[in-house]
Write a protein that binds this ligand. Structure first.
Ligand code: 13P
Length: 226
């Protein structure tokens, strides 16, 4: 495929440090020093506590992977116990996930908080992947990448059809013409990835569960590259 594609693996709250290390080791054995095609960008989103080790291993094994964080503070750096500020993340990662339905639902993150988080990320120069579960969800100004993730497709093994995903992606694109890329997420796997990537408005995917397994993640990249 010649269009630009982003494959972003959201590990969620999974993996101990040694399991994260295993991922990069096994992935490096699969990819064997090869690079990805120019038009394909791969990003992994480990837990915050594993980011530094992940960065070290990506450099050490020379992996064609970029790093993202799954969360950030809505506030700037300062006296906010337990929070991690965008400025602290910005020398470790290039991407940030904001607006995931799991955070909206379980941590009461509303449009106001998500807009604050987006402002912090933009100030710090992070690339936002802003998740929505519906074409009518708000998207803050300055967001460049939106991920459409229908809640019923997340972790259920029942992905949307590529046509359904394309329809919503294209509605989001018309509503937010400044957004440059729309991803689809929800039960993406090595078998269905190509169907999504064939769609004209879909510029990548956001797999969760299948991105935890180095073999499946590698196969998704391989299929995306063909
Ligand atoms: P699954 O791929 O496990 O359905 O998760 C999708 C997701 O929520 C990615 O952010």
């Amino acid at each position: 495929m010649t269009k630009d594609i982003l494959v972003a693996g959201n590990w969620k709250s999974n993996k101990t440090l040694s399991q994260a290390e295993d991922f990069f080791r096994v992935f490096s054995e699969k990819i064997k020093g090869e690079s990805l095609p120019q038009n394909l960008t791969a990003v992994v989103f480990p837990s915050l506590i594993h980011l530094e080790k992940a960065r070290f291993l990506i450099n050490d094994y020379r992996l064609p992977l970029k790093l993202g964080a799954q969360n950030l503070s809505a506030r700037q750096e300062g006296a906010f116990t337990g929070e991690v500020a965008a400025s602290q993340l910005s020398d470790l990662v290039e991407y940030i996930l904001i607006g995931h339905s799991e955070r909206r639902k379980n941590y009461a993150e509303d449009d106001e908080i998500l807009a604050q988080k987006s402002d912090r990320a933009i100030e710090a120069g992070l690339k936002i992947i802003y998740c929505v579960s519906d074409k009518n969800d708000r998207v803050p100004d300055g967001v460049d990448i939106v991920a459409y993730e229908p809640v019923w497709a997340i972790g259920t093994g029942k992905a949307a059809t590529a046509q359904e995903a394309e329809e919503t992606a294209s509605a989001i694109k018309s509503k937010h013409p400044k957004v440059s890329r729309i991803l689809y997420g929800g039960s993406v796997n090595p078998d269905n990835i190509v169907e999504f990537l064939k769609m004209p408005t879909i510029g990548g995917v956001l797999p969760g569960k299948t991105s935890l397994d180095p073999d499946q993640f590698f196969r998704m990249l391989k299929n995306a590259a063909e």
